[in-house]
Design a protein around this ligand. Structure first.
Ligand SMILES: *[C@@H]1O[C@H](CO)[C@@H](O)[C@H](O)[C@H]1NC(C)=O
Ligand SMILES: *[C@@H]1O[C@H](CO)[C@@H](O)[C@H](O)[C@H]1NC(C)=O
Ligand SMILES: *[C@@H]1O[C@H](CO)[C@@H](O)[C@H](O)[C@H]1NC(C)=O
Ligand SMILES: *[C@@H]1O[C@H](CO)[C@@H](O)[C@H](O)[C@H]1NC(C)=O
Ligand SMILES: *[C@@H]1O[C@H](CO)[C@@H](O)[C@H](O)[C@H]1NC(C)=O
Ligand SMILES: *[C@@H]1O[C@H](CO)[C@@H](O)[C@H](O)[C@H]1NC(C)=O
Ligand SMILES: *[C@@H]1O[C@H](CO)[C@@H](O)[C@H](O)[C@H]1NC(C)=O
Ligand SMILES: *[C@@H]1O[C@H](CO)[C@@H](O)[C@H](O)[C@H]1NC(C)=O
Ligand SMILES: *[C@@H]1O[C@H](CO)[C@@H](O)[C@H](O)[C@H]1NC(C)=O
Ligand SMILES: *[C@@H]1O[C@H](CO)[C@@H](O)[C@H](O)[C@H]1NC(C)=O
Ligand SMILES: *[C@@H]1O[C@H](CO)[C@@H](O)[C@H](O)[C@H]1NC(C)=O
Ligand SMILES: *[C@@H]1O[C@H](CO)[C@@H](O)[C@H](O)[C@H]1NC(C)=O
Length: 590
């Protein structure tokens, strides 16, 4: 890529950035900046401006806003340090591997299992993607914070109770964090992973009662030689498959899909269509394939799951100043996506090997994808019987309407689909019939003006799912879930002399989720962020004279358990931060 392409195309040329913390006395110095194009990175200067020292006196604590995990009040946890490792120049190496050994003192039945990821980093470094696997099963995926010269630290807690069964045996624990350390990139990520076990008192048995599966199988790479256990999908035709043989007494199964997007698809929702790229002679200069992506998982040749993902922004995304100290929604704990695939058990739990495969429609390189199969086993039977009764999964409907002249105009895409399946499993619990309906809607509009130096994007992804479980024709569970992921992005690029670009960006996005489970009640989450700011790009590096301001509202409500947090941050500091835990919140718009 050449510098001139950067000058012309606003957000058509996003790549993840980091802020260079060299001397800012004169912008014309080559060393001012960070990276717009990785290939044109400038060497880091040792000198830190007085202002930076003031801003970064002491280590900074970064965080993602989320509801604190509700911990059992009547028990004390038993803690176990799983890993303490420094990730330096680890790119393309196998994951760091250690042995997890269960400790007798922590018992073997737990009400809650909580993973705590703590990390520190100091220097100059990109945001890096990382994940933790236990026995090849992915239990946590995270993006690192971008460090500063004085260092940053952060902590993420995740409820991993659903993986409890894996913690009962000795396993391979693996962490991949592909990092580059050389004379330009100096940040080494120091990571510890701790697990807290909260002991459990006996629970009663009914088929939906258990808070964790009896077995979790990995749908991932068996033995990674470079990178992690995830599959690195290189594009739309790249299909990865795993052959699995399920125990013959599975009566319930959930497929959990873990996904993140990188490289040419890190900002897939800003990618224009190929006809636009060709018409403007930009082939090989900017990533295309339009702004719609779908992760599809097949069981043999049947569509078992489709994920229209939440567009997670990593900590260097769009304007790195937005995400200091507050990370973007999902950046420190990437969402995974669950599908109840019990209806397929009649097909796959027959004691024979079956093919689970995954691909990403219209994708460019690269996507990191794997899945976990959570299985519940019949205690009183060695073999269940079942059948897939109904299955209907027509291809998505997509409609593209483009109107542009040269670089300016509109690209608009709408997509929708629905997937329905039902089936029964005859087990000791009775004849369990499960049906699932998933429906999806997606809309993306991109508008370019002033020769594409002004770009505007508005997108929304909406998914609804409904699952019914019956035992012998009596409904025992009804689960409904609705999610919406709105995203809007505005980007103005002003090209100034001397290879300098001033980019004014603003973003608003949200993760909204409403869940209703007949046996548990309902909950709703509205988590929204809005940010605006400027970055100054000089010689393709982002200088530290830019700034970013972020506002966030997080509101979770369920019967008797509520959490509300509203904050604003600017230039590395929190300006306001309000937390409420009573269930009488101020009205929060969604
Ligand atoms: C452009 O850069 C050159 C060399 O670094 C400098 O001498 C000149 O003053 C700069 N011009 C502007 C307009 O900043
Ligand atoms: C560091 O950056 C300079 C300037 O862009 C480049 O020439 C050099 O190759 C880089 N060094 C490393 C080790 O990447
Ligand atoms: C991790 O190891 C470092 C030394 O390598 C040590 O200083 C630090 O205390 C250890 N952290 C924990 C939580 O044990
Ligand atoms: C990371 O760990 C190394 C080795 O223990 C230590 O020298 C370094 O200071 C640590 N870095 C940070 C940012 O804590
Ligand atoms: C694209 O390239 C072709 C061939 O070089 C040229 O004829 C055409 O005018 C170019 N179009 C644009 C929009 O630059
Ligand atoms: C598994 O399914 C995928 C997608 O249909 C296919 O490409 C692959 O060849 C299949 N693998 C086996 C072993 O059947
Ligand atoms: C399994 O068998 C045990 C012992 O007979 C019994 O207590 C339990 O209820 C049975 N469970 C199911 C699901 O049939
Ligand atoms: C289980 O129920 C389904 C309807 O939900 C029915 O089609 C099937 O025949 C039943 N199976 C058995 C073994 O009773
Ligand atoms: C718009 O950009 C194209 C190249 O991408 C350039 O040839 C053209 O001169 C620009 N037009 C204006 C009005 O700046
Ligand atoms: C960024 O652009 C918006 C919309 O044009 C404008 O309102 C705002 O003042 C600009 N911000 C800066 C810092 O220039
Ligand atoms: C947060 O809520 C306030 C008050 O309802 C509203 O004015 C503001 O726009 C919201 N901000 C975000 C980022 O959703
Ligand atoms: C943020 O800090 C930058 C310098 O680091 C400064 O230029 C800017 O004015 C500050 N912005 C705000 C809104 O405080």
């Amino acid at each position: 890529m050449t510098t001139s392409t950067v000058y012309l195309k606003g957000f058509l040329l996003f790549i993840t950035t980091l802020v260079f913390e060299g001397s800012q006395k004169s912008l014309s110095h080559a060393e001012t900046a960070s990276v717009l194009l990785r290939s044109r990175l400038q060497p880091a200067a040792a000198e830190i401006s007085p202002e930076e020292i003031a801003v970064h006196s002491g280590r900074r604590e970064y965080f993602e806003v989320t509801k604190p995990i509700k911990l059992p009040s009547h028990t004390k946890p038993c803690s176990s340090l799983l890993l303490n490792h420094s990730f330096a120049n680890t790119i393309n190496l196998p994951p760091f591997v250690t042995t997890y050994t269960p400790s007798k003192k922590c018992g073997f039945e737990w009400e809650k299992v909580i993973l705590t990821w703590k990390a520190t980093c100091k220097g100059w470094q990109y945001d890096r993607i990382s994940a933790v696997w236990l026995s090849g099963v992915e239990i946590f995926r995270t993006c690192t914070a971008e460090p500063t010269a004085k260092g940053v630290e952060w902590k993420v807690e995740k409820d991993v109770t659903r993986f409890a069964v894996l913690f009962k045996d000795m396993q391979t624990l693996a962490v991949s964090l592909g990092n580059v350390v050389d004379k330009n990139y100096t940040g080494i990520y120091n990571v510890t992973v701790t697990v807290d076990f909260y002991p459990q008192y006996k629970q009663k048995g009914d088929p939906k009662a258990s808070n964790h599966a009896d077995a979790v199988l990995p749908i991932s790479l068996a033995s990674p030689l470079n990178g992690g256990y995830w599959f690195q999908l290189q594009g739309e035709t790249d299909v990865r498959s795993v052959s699995v043989t399920l125990p013959a007494n599975v009566y319930r199964a959930t497929l959990e899909i873990c996904v993140s997007f990188h490289g040419d698809d890190e900002f897939w929702y800003t990618n224009p269509t190929n006809d636009y790229i060709e018409a403007n002679n930009l082939t090989d200069q900017i990533p295309g394939n339009g702004p719609f992506r779908e992760v599809v998982v097949l069981i043999d040749d049947l569509v078992a799951a489709a994920v229209w993902p939440f567009p997670v922004l990593y900590t260097g995304g769009i304007n790195p100043f937005f995400w200091k100290p507050v990370a973007a929604i999902g950046a420190f704990d990437l969402p995974s996506y669950d599908f109840d695939i019990t209806p397929f058990l009649g097909v796959i739990a027959d004691g024979r090997a079956h093919n689970i495969s995954m691909r990403v429609t219209d994708s460019l390189k690269f996507w990191l994808l794997d899945a976990n199969l959570h299985l519940w086993l019949d205690p009183n039977s060695s073999k269940v019987t079942g059948r897939l009764l109904e299955y209907n999964a027509p291809d998505p409907d997509t409609k593209t309407v483009n109107s542009y002249r040269g670089l300016d105009g509109k690209i608009s895409i709408k997509a929708s689909r629905s997937i329905y399946y039902s089936g029964y499993v005859f087990s000791s619990y009775g004849n369990i019939t499960t049906s699932s309906l998933h429906s999806y809607k997606f809309q993306n509009l991109q508008v370019y003006s002033s020769n594409a130096s002004v770009s505007f994007l508005e997108q929304i992804t909406e998914t609804k799912s409904k699952a019914t479980t019956k035992i012998d024709s009596q409904i025992i569970d009804l689960e409904e879930k609705e999610s919406s992921y709105p995203l809007s992005l505005f980007y103005v690029q002003d090209n100034q002399p001397n290879d300098t670009i001033v980019a004014n960006a603003s973003i608003a996005h949200a993760l909204n989720e409403h869940v209703k489970i007949s046996r548990k009640g309902s909950s709703s989450l509205h988590n929204s962020q809005a940010a605006d700011g400027l970055i100054v790009i000089s010689n393709n590096l982002v200088t530290n004279i830019g700034w970013g301001a972020l506002r966030q509202n997080y509101s979770f409500q369920s019967e008797g358990d509520c959490y509300y947090r509203s904050l604003s941050a600017r230039n590395y500091s929190l300006l306001s931060d309000i937390v409420l835990t009573s269930c009488t919140f101020p009205d929060v718009p969604n």
